[in-house]
Design a binder for this molecule. Sequence first.
Ligand code: DCP
Ligand code: MG
Length: 411
Amino acid sequence: MGADGGSQEQVEIPGILHLDMDAFFASVEIRDDPSLRGLPVVVGGAGARGVVAAASYPARTRGIRSAMPMATARRLAPDLLIVPPRGDHYRMISAQVMAILNSVVADVEQLSIDEAFLDVRGARRLFGEPEQIAALLRRRIRDELGLPSSVGGSVSRAVAKIASAHAKPDGQLIVPAADTAEFLAPLPVSAVSGIGPKAVAALEKIGVHRIGEIRDIPPNALARVLGPRAPEIRRLAEGCDRTGLGRQVRERSLGTERTWDEDLTDGDEVRRRITMMADDVARQLRQEGTVARTVVLKLRSPDGTTITRSSTLDQPTASGERLREHVVALWERERHRLRRIRLAGVRVTHLESSGTAPVQHELASRSTLWRDLETAMDQATSRFGAASLSRGSTLGPASDGAQRTEDPDGR
Ligand code: DCP
Ligand code: MG
């Protein structure tokens, strides 16, 4: 599944860990000067325009936070102890932390100076379950570096990060796959990385304050508020996110394209060819049980001029009919620009597993009909070959054997 590969069972192990050092810069200073322990300590510029970089947990109980003006922090805690930052020192200790992580776990993705994601699903045989590995890492960082850290674990990087914040300070929380939605439900939407103050305000306007309430919002309404991230955040709220290490699941695409020896000059012929390509791409999607949200039409004239136009669908689809509507619309918009066509291609991106795609409401009955029809066509095609069936409107003079291309980089 996604970039994780592996079996279903493997995917359900909450072995995506997020480790984050507690009050990192402040903890280093306290370690190096134990007389600071238990006191409201901040690291940051002490001058008039200084800001708080890190605040010890005793400082936080007084309301002091990172990025706060130092003047405000001083007002909140008149007994505040301010330590000037030592960047090189923190960077060196950060490298020591990462070396410990890398000595235990093969898949480590450092995110910032004091945090990393780890995929420990492959380390189980050697080191035990994710809980034990989290405890081992935290113990080694404590014993070898004298510093506190916290770990969250989940089947998803986003949930692991939320869990580590939940476990702080000096704790760990591994959320089993089946408990994910329940764990997230009562948390404020701002706990999701990437939901900033603007999105929080927009969600509040539609009555959503907690992550669990996201599940009650219809997909279209959620898309209006959150834009393209809406499906991903809904999956998260439902406990269905399985995104592991790496910035995101690698964006896959699939498609088909064809170059002709002789230029196509007849617009209707081009239209027929791209219609067949849309059908072929839809068939590929259905074969692998995915649906696509974006369809891309590529056209090249004999002089090399290439235009690439894409169209985003309201709902992800594996229907040739839906893809056809979009590529033909793109073609109609661009046809005046290219009088002769040497190459045409149809490609889909933003692929999702068809199991998780939201049902298309208004067009449900129509698309169900098409899906059944197209599934029947797929079965006939696999039994009798591609030439046995084609859509009425694609029956043209020449049968086109567009070659199938698979492009993991989405170009
Ligand atoms: N940092 C900074 N300025 C900020 C935020 C952070 O200079 N606005 C630095 C100081 C932090 C370090 O980065 O110690 C790590 O950032 P975190 O967000 O992980 O914060 P802390 O580690 O300080 O606290 P927490 O226990 O919440 O992780
Ligand atoms: Mg931290």
